[in-house]
Design a protein around this ligand. Structure first.
Ligand code: HEC
Ligand code: HEC
Length: 356
């Protein structure tokens, strides 16, 4: 760690160790030479073979036993130390990896903080450090009067963003922002202020605040596992909000209610991307397209061979460069809903979309 603190690489540390050893040998050589010099001319007194040594009794008795004991102790040390190292090493590596991730997440959290705390104010728009969804002041041109008006644009919850998008898709959103929305480009490549490392740190932070998933595979991290689902209580909230909208007459069908779902600043809805103005409470014709494509008029239906095909597309979302349906060209911007909504909910939404 101290090596890391003063910026030394493993190679540099290796070279320094090597130099110390070489220096040690040189000093040892010198010391030998010097002490050897004093002997010149006095061989008779000091000749090694004339030096007094242990007698046979001691040599083959206590001394031999002492040397053997040292040998056994060293052997025992190796026999214990090697397996211990073997047992602890994987955990040590996992710990180091986790410490590394945590460090990046904590750097990312500093970027995420409100302006007053010195951050870039993601928290200010997205509903605090837990990013539960918020609102962003914005101005739009009224299509009828052509006047510029101030609106509040819903900023989706980010504590489920990795349920919708994979890491590369989130990186794309952060780098390039969402055109014609309050979400500006943040990466240098998109004309924003942050370098690639800062964007990665933000991603690490957002991973650390994901709502833990249910049904992850064994040993998988519930914050990031691929196939887990939204926890039951949130599922129930979605269900309740959709049913309530039908009861209140805000939606004619369960599918329509889910399409326009208000929970979590639009984090679970389709309309925020597919209905112009939905995000600032001036919705135009449902599904007629905004950031997401126009879903009305039958052309969307023609992009899918069957209802089941559309269902599976909405579960997985689009992938950049990958074709979908019959002739669809994915860009990775359409989120996947397979972990957020139940199969029955997605089927209901698809039925609604096909009726547009
Ligand atoms: C000025 C307000 C504002 C700020 C500041 C802001 N955002 Fe956003 N962000 C939004 C809005 C609004 C949207 C939704 C845009 C839309 O309707 O398509 C959004 C969308 C997103 C999305 C896409 C989520 C989804 O499900 O579509 C991500 C990810 C995101 N923001 C992350 C961040 C991060 C990280 C920061 C800080 C660097 C940040 N935002 C700063 C307003 C903001
Ligand atoms: C974050 C914005 C966003 C959200 C939220 C979103 N979509 Fe999309 N959707 C897109 C984009 C963008 C495309 C165009 C495909 C692409 O770019 O990959 C698309 C494409 C589609 C298509 C294919 C259109 C065609 O003609 O090929 C369908 C169907 C669709 N979305 C339905 C939905 C449904 C249903 C939901 C809600 C469960 C939803 N979308 C939520 C952005 C979004």
């Amino acid at each position: 760690m101290s090596g890391a603190l003063i910026g030394l690489s493993t190679t540099t540390i290796g070279i320094i160790g090597f130099l110390i050893v070489i220096l040690g040998w040189i000093l040892y050589g010198f010391a030998n030479l010097i002490s050897g010099r004093a002997e010149v001319g006095s061989e008779i007194e000091l000749a090694p073979n004339r030096k007094e040594c242990y007698d046979d009794e001691t040599l083959e008795g206590p001394r031999l036993e002492r040397v053997q004991l040292i040998g056994v102790l060293l052997l025992a040390l190796i026999v214990i130390a090697l397996p211990l190292y073997w047992i602890f090493e994987p955990d040590r590596q996992a710990g180091a990896q986790e410490g590394w991730d945590n460090r990046h997440a904590s750097w990312g959290s500093q970027l995420f903080e409100p302006t007053a705390e010195g951050g870039f104010n993601c928290a200010g728009c997205h509903g605090g450090m837990a990013a539960v969804g918020g609102e962003a002041p914005f101005t739009v041109t009224n299509p009828v009067t052509q006047e510029v008006e101030a609106v509040n644009w819903k900023a989706p919850a980010l504590n489920t963003v990795f349920y919708r998008f994979d890491e590369d898709e989130v990186r794309f959103i952060l780098n390039y922002g969402r055109p014609f929305s309050p979400m500006s480009p943040w990466g240098l490549v998109g004309g924003g202020p942050m370098n690639a490392q800062q964007i990665d740190n933000l991603i690490a932070y957002m991973k650390s605040i994901q709502i833990p998933r249910e049904d992850c595979g064994e040993g998988e991290d519930p914050l990031t596992c691929d196939l887990g689902h939204l926890p039951g209580d949130l599922q129930a909230d979605i269900e309740a909000a959709a049913l309530k909208a039908v009861d209140d007459g805000e939606a004619e069908s369960y599918g329509e209610a889910l399409f326009n779902l208000e929970l979590g600043s639009g984090a679970y809805s389709c309309a925020r991307c597919h209905t112009l103005g939905w995000s600032y409470d001036q919705p135009g014709v449902a599904g007629q397209g905004a950031y997401g494509w126009n879903l009305t008029g039958g052309s969307t239906n023609a992009h899918f061979a069957s209802e089941a095909d559309m269902v599976s597309f909405i579960k997985s979302g689009s992938e950049n460069g990958k074709l979908y349906g019959l002739n669809g060209q994915g860009s990775g911007r359409m989120p996947g809903f397979g972990s957020l909504l139940t199969d029955a909910q997605i089927e209901a939404v698809v039925e609604y979309v096909r009726s547009l």
